[in-house]
Design a protein around this ligand. Structure first.
Ligand code: NAP
Length: 143
């Protein structure tokens, strides 16, 4: 995850703990991308990295074995993995609220049919989860 996402968790530890049972809700190893020195959450398997995502990805792949690697976000960090051809799937949860302004979800120009919708799952009354497969081959219309 990127540093903004990490810092949100650090700054809202009570809220996170009340909702998940732990101030750091992840049991799997985590890599935090930042060019700054960030507060450390003691006793957790958290590494701080910066720069080319391919280097960190090699470490993640080695740690994950055959398991999936989850790029939590934000969108530009996921975009860096996409740029490097390392993103297989986009899992997007849409909530029933609009903010009026904000950061783009995935600040990359990805044109149809590069993303292929593979599932739609309703979550409660107001949310939906969309799963898109990233077609790295870039198959064009009609082929
Ligand atoms: N709902 C969700 O599932 C979800 C998931 C993710 C994020 N979010 C939210 O969405 C918002 C997104 O924030 P954001 O787009 O700013 O995301 P972010 O990815 O969490 O943080 C961006 C920061 O990460 C660091 N970074 C990114 N790539 C790097 C690289 N290759 N090397 C070194 N550092 C790198 C940079 O910070 P430095 O200044 O530290 O160098 C950059 O400013 C946040 O409010 C977050 O809480 C929500």
């Amino acid at each position: 995850m990127g540093s903004s996402t990490y810092e949100w968790i650090v700054h809202n530890e009570k809220k996170v703990a009340s909702q998940t049972g732990s101030a750091w809700p992840y049991s799997q190893p985590a890599w935090i991308f930042s060019n700054r020195k960030l507060p450390i959450i003691k006793g957790k398997d958290i590494k701080f990295v910066s720069g080319d995502v391919r280097q960190a990805h090699a470490e993640m792949r080695s740690a994950a074995g055959t398991k999936n690697i989850w790029i939590v976000g934000g969108g530009d960090l996921a975009g860096q993995f996409y740029d490097a051809g390392l993103l297989d799937e986009l899992i997007i949860q849409v909530g029933s609220a609009t903010l009026g302004k904000g950061k783009p979800l995935f600040p990359r120009r990805v044109l149809s049919p590069i993303l292929r919708l593979v599932s739609v799952c309703q979550m409660g009354a107001g949310m939906v989860e969309l799963r898109y497969k990233v077609n790295k081959g870039g198959v064009s219309c009609g082929s």
